[in-house]
Design a protein around this ligand. Structure first.
Ligand code: FE2
Length: 230
C-alpha cells in the first residue's frame, strides 16, 4: 500500500492519497482544500484516481472535493448518507463555526456548492481499490455519518476525526454525541488488532494497541467529555 499524506488547511488536516502498488488504482481520503500537489502526486506517480472517499462531511475534510473532481472527473465521490446535510451545506458550514459571512473569503472559507455524490457508504461493505480491500465501518459520534476505512490485511485504518493519538474527536458540533463516539470507537475501531496503524485526520499516526492502553478517553482515566479537532 502506498500512502502519501498532505497536511493542509488552516486546521492542519491530513489529506491522504492511498494506492494499490500493483494496479496503481488510488483513492484520496478527505481532500481538505484545493491542493495542486495532490494532483501532481497522482499524475506524477502514474496513479488512477478511482474515488474521493470521505470519512465525514466537515469542511476541513471535504473542502477540496470540487477542485479534485474537476481534475479527475471519472473519480467516484463517496460519503455516508447521514453526513449529506453537512456535505451539501458546505458553503454554510463556516457559520456554525462562528465565522461571519463577510470573513469567509478572507479566511479561506469561501466554498462553492460541492459536486454530487456518486453514492453513499454502507456499513459493513468491502470497498476494493485494486488489490486493497477496505471494510467500511459507520462510526457516528463526531458527526452522524462518520465512517472509518480499515484495510485489515495491510494492518492500517483511516479513522478521520474519530480517534487521535491520545485523544478523540470533538462532539460539541452539530450531530456530535460523546457516548455514541465512545461506543463507535469501542465497537468498530478497538476491535482491530493491536498492531494496526491508525491514520487520523489530524496529528501523528498511532496504533490500536497504544490507544487501547494509553488513550485517557478509552482507559477511563479522563472523565472529561471534550475531545479535540474539527
Ligand atoms: Fe471533523
Amino acid at each position: 500500500m502506498l500512502i502519501k499524506t498532505f497536511t493542509i488547511t488552516p486546521f492542519q488536516q491530513n489529506t491522504r492519497v492511498v494506492a494499490c502498488e500493483t494496479t496503481r488504482k488510488a483513492i484520496c481520503i478527505d481532500p481538505g482544500e484545493k491542493c495542486e500537489e495532490i494532483v501532481e502526486f497522482i499524475n506524477g506517480n502514474g496513479l488512477e484516481l478511482q474515488a474521493i472517499t470521505l470519512t465525514h462531511g466537515h469542511l476541513d475534510h471535504v473542502g477540496g472535493t470540487g477542485d479534485l473532481a474537476k481534475s479527475f472527473p471519472q473519480a467516484q465521490i463517496l460519503l455516508h448518507k447521514d453526513d449529506e446535510d453537512l456535505y451539501y451545506g458546505l458553503p454554510q458550514q463556516p457559520l456554525f463555526m462562528g465565522i461571519a459571512p463577510h470573513q469567509m473569503k478572507a479566511l479561506g472559507f469561501d466554498y462553492d456548492a460541492p459536486p454530487k455524490l456518486t453514492r453513499n457508504w454502507e456499513h459493513g461493505e468491502i470497498y476494493e481499490v485494486g488489490e486493497l480491500r477496505f471494510s467500511i465501518r459507520h462510526c457516528p459520534g463526531h458527526t452522524r455519518g462518520h465512517v472509518v476505512l480499515a484495510e485489515e490485511t495491510e494492518k492500517k485504518v483511516f479513522v478521520g476525526d474519530c480517534l487521535f493519538e491520545g485523544t478523540i474527536g470533538r462532539t460539541d458540533l452539530p450531530g456530535g454525541n460523546y457516548d455514541q463516539l465512545i461506543d463507535s470507537i469501542t465497537r468498530n475501531i478497538l476491535s482491530l488488532d493491536d498492531d494496526v496503524t491508525v491514520y487520523s485526520g489530524h496529528g501523528r499516526e498511532t496504533t490500536i494497541g497504544r490507544e487501547r492502553t494509553s488513550n485517557p478517553f478509552l482507559t477511563g482515566q479522563n472523565q472529561s467529555t471534550r475531545g479535540r479537532f474539527l
